[in-house]
Design a protein around this ligand. Structure first.
Ligand SMILES: Nc1ncnc2c1ncn2[C@@H]1O[C@H](COP(=O)(O)OP(=O)(O)OP(=O)(O)O)[C@@H](O)[C@H]1O
Ligand SMILES: [Mg+2]
Length: 302
């Protein structure tokens, strides 16, 4: 099991993290160290808290009114829930890519320039747009149509545009919540190749239900599961976290072995229920802005 002793260069660290929605404890006691410039996969059955933990890393759970955390999350040693931390600024350092590609209904160019401008970028915008699109391996597809709508691209291209948008603000960490869930196999492979490229410069944390994907792209894998609570609910927890080859070939826990080998039957799959929708519709704007500012931009058609 990876722990504080093993990961000496942790960029993100959770300590006894509990996350509640209202009075329901959704995930308990997560202790996890995320090392720099590696890809870390979160795997586990539906509802075990993967997205919940991921969203704690850049305070996206702040956008869910009922969400509350206990314990600590630190980024480069600083408590990210401390009073002096501005979540918008934090999200420019810890970016996020969602399950469903969510480009702004604006041009391809503006999709990149918008967030950069908001973050106070004053350099050469054309250069930044090109550089970000190149890093997301999208430049060749779109260089002749930068003024066309981002929504006119294919699903896979839209997701790469969202990745370009996330990296344009020069984050240190990129969180990805099932980034290939809505994509065809070819687009999925392109995103996986991209993750390989990106992790030379950024730390990537990716949630995936695809075991092959976790084993292909990640250096470390965290396996989560959920267990029933006396009240009839369920609570997620981190079962095991280790180098990906250990998780897939020689895990310490039997439940990990069963899950990664597909032998995860009724005993383990607690219950699949409807998970509340997240992010909210205008989350892609709220992600960059205070809710007041985002409301006004939403009214302007962003
Ligand atoms: N916005 C929310 N409001 C209330 N409860 C929530 C909310 N989001 C998640 N939960 C609950 O928290 C628990 C963990 O959910 P989470 O979405 O983190 O699971 P997950 O592992 O990402 O699942 P999946 O693989 O289906 O995406 C679930 O019981 C879920 O119902
Ligand atoms: Mg999820």
């Amino acid at each position: 099991m990876y722990s504080t002793d093993v990961v000496t260069d942790a960029v993100l660290r959770t300590k006894n993290l509990n996350v509640y929605y209202g009075s329901n404890l959704a995930v308990r006691d997560v202790n996890l160290d995320i090392p720099e410039k590696k890809a870390i996969a979160f795997i586990g059955p539906s509802g075990c808290g993967k997205s919940t933990v991921l969203r704690c890393f850049n305070r996206m759970n702040d956008l869910v009114k009922s969400a509350k955390i206990e314990g600590k999350v630190t980024f480069r040693g600083q408590d990210i829930y401390g009073n002096s931390v501005n979540p918008i600024g934090l999200r420019s350092r810890i970016g996020m890519v969602f399950q469903k590609p969510n480009p702004f209904p604006k041009s391809i160019y503006e999709n990149i320039a918008f967030g950069a401008r908001l973050n106070g970028y004053i350099g050469d915008m054309d250069q930044l747009v090109e550089e970000s699109l190149r890093k997301a391996v999208l430049w060749d597809d779109v260089k002749g149509k930068l003024k066309e709508s981002g929504l006119a691209l294919s699903g896979g291209q839209q997701q790469r545009l969202c990745i370009a948008r996330a990296i344009a603000v020069k984050p240190e960490v990129v969180l990805m919540d099932e980034p290939c869930a809505a994509l065809d196999p070819i687009s999925t492979i392109k995103i996986e190749e991209l993750i390989h490229e990106l992790k030379t410069q950024y730390t990537i944390v990716i949630v995936t239900h695809n075991m092959q994907q976790a084993s292909r792209v990640s250096d470390l894998t965290a396996f989560y599961n959920a267990e029933p609570t006396p009240k009839g609910g369920k609570v997620g927890y981190l079962v095991e976290y280790d180098r990906t080859e250990v998780i897939f070939q020689n895990p310490a826990q039997e439940s990990t072995r069963d899950y990664v080998s597909g032998r995860f039957g009724a005993n383990y799959l607690i219950f699949r229920e409807k998970v509340p929708k997240f992010p909210p519709d205008h989350c892609h704007i709220q992600y960059f802005l205070s809710s007041k500012r985002s409301k006004s931009l939403t009214q302007q058609g962003f």
